[in-house]
Design a binder for this molecule. Sequence first.
Ligand SMILES: Nc1ncnc2c1ncn2[C@@H]1O[C@H](COP(=O)(O)OP(=O)(O)OP(=O)(O)O)[C@@H](O)[C@H]1O
Ligand SMILES: [Mg+2]
Length: 244
Amino acid sequence: MKVFEIENICYSYPDGTKALNDLSFSVYEGEILGIAGANGSGKSTLLMLMMGCLSPLHGKIIYEGEKLSKQKLMIMRRETGILFQDPDDQLFLPTVWEDVAFGPRNLGLTEEEVALRVNSALRDTGIEALANKAPWKLSGGEKTLAALAGLFAMRPKTLLLDEPTSGLDPKSRRELINIIGRTKNTAVIATHDLDMVMDVCQRVVIMKNGTIESDGKVPGVLTDREFMASCGLEIPLSLTSRFS
Ligand SMILES: Nc1ncnc2c1ncn2[C@@H]1O[C@H](COP(=O)(O)OP(=O)(O)OP(=O)(O)O)[C@@H](O)[C@H]1O
Ligand SMILES: [Mg+2]
């Protein structure tokens, strides 16, 4: 089944920057889809549109078979967790624990259920020790992990992750990749971390200047040095021979 269908969307920012140009693709239930592309190719803009934070100028976004109306948007948001590229955009309560608890509390769960979810999300992201710390006093990577804990605590069906591994140390990165790899959720991951794409994604979309240059199975074009260079990218490190 298709979770998202993106049909011919175009988007320009108010200052006139054309960010997405006639872009179409689908996200299938249960898949982990990578979105790669050079800086400014439109990855974050695309995730913001999918989440309904921005509206397309042309084209449409269909969620589980229905165009995103006001009501469908509410359903989609309940079922989908987004990690923004800048975690400062999503942490706002006095402690990490409170922040992670915010979403589950809004679902109307009992305090006992909220505590269970928060503790398991903090454990999964390896930040139990930061539970009582103020989010604005965290390091960049710790903020990303706290924002991810907030997502996991909501138990969303679909994850939209914008640069989830950026700023993470190798151990946290590996643990996050393991969590994503284990998930039964549908996930869309915008990232420059092509080795993570190799590890966890079944499919990868390559973007360039607001359009899709390639959409196919991993590794596919990730092994094509020339194609990747034409999109301002390099092949994943794991495919680079030390001797070449
Ligand atoms: N708020 C904004 N106002 C105007 N232009 C913007 C805004 N945000 C992004 N853009 C422009 O839209 C285009 C796409 O940006 P976007 O952030 O989607 O790229 P990206 O692929 O996520 O890049 P990165 O890899 O650096 O995160 C770029 O040309 C960027 O300059
Ligand atoms: Mg981005």
